[in-house]
Design a protein around this ligand. Structure first.
Ligand code: COA
Ligand code: ZN
Length: 314
């Protein structure tokens, strides 16, 4: 029997690099994306077309998109917050437009400087423009599992926004746990409700590991039938406009776990870890990845010297 397939999207070039203090050079961004393209991802979120004042780290979005090598079979998506962003992205030959807004009114205003209604209207216009194009549309709903400023987010609000976009024939929606507030029973419940209410929508779940629950949340979502996940190389990530935000679910940790659990992620873990190993020098700090530190569970270590001499004596 073939292993159940889980589709992995790496978002480090967007969610990860947007939150770094050092400016990662365009050459380095392109090199990391090209290396990720060789690892077997279903999708790579390569950059965002946001205001360079809001997200200076990704001010080179056009150049990045023009210079990366497109790998057949990999979808290249970009985050877009408004009509201006869509215009810029469309000049770069994207496969998917990842339109973003928040379920939380407060986070939407902090992050996008618009009310949720204004965001929903702008995104609707973009969706209309793209309806007859070959560019796919994904809508990412931030703070779907909790907001660092408002606290709990009503599930009915999440489903209301999913319905708003599903009515416009959007077929791809990501539910994003922007600051790691999700927990497994909540994830299972929302996933079941979302899938049952919107059977034609393909959902992606996007977790951050702010409270150490990202891996458990991935397993809970799979329990409820979700098969697509965003995760970030090295565990980088975080929204600069969400207080307390920190790194995404770490891609190599998720892949390591899912392969052990009998899933086929399509991702080559060894190649992936080699790419992650390049990050600390680029971002100029240690990175969260436990797999980069510890290796695969079957990584063998030499026995300590005293164990060897005991063996000889016996
Ligand atoms: N790309 C480039 N420039 C943009 C832009 C975009 N997508 N959207 C707006 N601008 C420019 C405008 O042209 C204008 O330029 P000017 O000052 O030279 O005239 C300026 O930014 C202000 O435009 P305005 O429409 O008033 O935008 P704003 O300042 O209210 O910012 C957003 C709104 C959405 C563009 C901004 O908040 C943003 O980019 N947020 C993204 C945050 C993010 O990515 N968070 C992490 C991911 S969840
Ligand atoms: Zn995120």
């Amino acid at each position: 029997m073939s292993k159940p397939r889980i589709y992995m999207h790496d978002v480090a070039p967007r969610d990860g690099f947007q939150n770094e203090n050092v400016f990662i050079s365009t050459d380095d961004k392109v090199a990391i994306i090209d290396a990720l393209s060789e690892c077997g991802f279903a999708k790579i979120e390569a950059t965002s077309f946001t205001s360079p004042k809001a997200i200076p780290a990704l001010r080179d979005a056009e150049e990045v998109m023009h210079r990366i090598k497109r790998q057949p079979g990999v979808e290249y998506t970009v985050l877009i917050p408004n009509a201006r962003g869509a215009e810029r992205a469309l000049s770069c030959g994207i496969d998917e437009a990842n339109l973003v807004m928040s379920v939380s009114e407060t986070h939407n205003q902090a992050n996008l400087r618009m009310t949720r209604d204004q965001s929903a209207n702008q995104l609707s216009q973009i969706i209309e423009t793209l309806a007859d194009s070959s560019v796919a549309v994904n809508v990412s709903l931030s703070t779907a599992f909790g907001c660092p400023m408002e606290g709990n987010i009503a599930e009915s609000e999440v489903l209301r926004l999913v319905e708003h976009f599903a009515r416009q024939n959007v077929k791809r929606i990501s539910l994003c746990d922007t600051t790691g507030m999700a927990y497994p029973s909540q994830v299972r419940h929302i996933a079941r409700m979302a899938k049952a209410s919107f059977p034609k929508v393909t959902f992606t779940f996007h977790f951050h590991n702010t409270r150490g629950l990202a891996q458990s949340n991935v397993l809970a979502a799979i329990d409820a039938g979700i098969d697509r996940f965003d995760a970030s190389l090295g565990g980088l990530g975080g929204c600069p406009y969400a207080p307390g935000a920190s790194g995404n679910a770490c891609t190599e940790e998720v892949v390591h776990m899912l392969e052990l659990e009998g899933f086929n992620t399509g991702v080559d873990l060894q190649k992936l870890v080699a790419v992650a190993a390049r990050l600390p020098a680029l971002v100029e700090h240690d990175i969260p990845s436990q797999i980069l530190k510890a290796g695969h569970r079957l990584t063998k270590h030499p026995a300590p010297a005293n164990a060897q001499s005991m063996g000889k004596a016996a």
